[in-house]
Ligand binder design. Structure first.
Ligand code: ADP
Ligand code: MG
Length: 239
């Protein structure tokens, strides 16, 4: 199948607790998929499994038809899989520019430093952080930290970007800025999984929507239809 991501039977337990159970999900190249669900429903765990943080998960993850089992997070990143972290964790001792440049230096083949820096600058411009290139992360506002997280994630020119709640806590206009950015990135052909509680953004962005509740995917499909299903309404009213 010509999917960028093809997840089958994904499961994850923490001790006796089942965080994910039999998740199947595919993403087509260039697609915009929304993933929603109450807090604790397993969305970030899903991302962590795909990204290689939990190698003991059950099931199969294919990325561009390649099984990812046994690959470390940085090896998965090299294949074109990028994710943001719900809590951005930039290198505090590095400047904004260096934060985007350094990971590119470790790509395979490694980008020469001048090329890495040029690419990083272009990414900072893209997210609107060019004026903060020489600042340190501690001086950034919340929205700028999210933009830095996105610049870092888009720098390797990924085939799939998973954005895990990059809009949480942002103002209306800040949400719009991030939304524009994700649309532009998708316009270049990058498939995007948007995990969000900001429903306005999810409905504007998603071509398809999947809903997780208690570690299971309960419904998937056209966003308007999905959001109108009684199970989804119940899941949200129950939180
Ligand atoms: P979501 O992102 O949908 O809010 P998470 O994937 O973060 O949910 O968490 C799903 C469940 O798994 C929660 O009950 C959470 O406490 C648990 N969980 C997540 N990560 C870990 C971990 N590293 N160790 C133990 N439990 C975890
Ligand atoms: Mg989460």
């Amino acid at each position: 199948m010509n999917a960028v991501l093809d997840v089958r039977g994904l499961g994850k337990t923490f001790g006796g607790f089942t965080a994910l159970n039999g998740i199947a999900l595919t993403v087509a190249p260039g697609e915009r998929l929304g993933l929603v669900g109450p807090n604790g429903s397993g969305k970030s765990t899903f991302v962590n499994c795909i990204a290689g943080d939990f190698p003991d998960h059950a099931g199969v993850v294919l990325f561009r038809n390649r099984p990812l089992a046994g690959l470390k997070p940085h090896e998965r990143a090299r294949l074109g899989l990028s994710r943001t972290f719900q809590l951005p964790r930039p290198f505090r001792s590095l400047t904004v520019l260096e934060n985007v440049t350094v990971p590119l230096r470790f790509s395979v083949p490694p980008l020469p430093v001048a090329d890495a820096r040029a690419r990083a600058r272009a990414c900072l411009e893209r997210v609107g952080l060019q004026d903060k290139a020489h600042s340190h992360p501690h001086s950034l506002t919340q929205v700028d930290l999210r933009k830095l997280e996105l610049a870092r994630a888009l720098a390797p020119e990924p085939a799939l970007l998973i954005a895990d709640e990059v809009m949480a806590g942002l103002s209306h206009s800040e949400v719009d800025q991030i939304l524009d950015l994700l649309f532009a990135l998708n316009g270049d052909g990058t498939a995007v999984i948007m995990i969000e509680h900001v429903m306005r953004a999810i409905t504007a962005f998603s071509q398809r929507l999947a809903v997780f509740v208690a570690g299971r995917k309960i419904v998937e499909g056209d966003p308007q239809t999905v959001l109108a299903t009684p199970e989804v309404e119940a899941a949200y009213l129950g939180t």
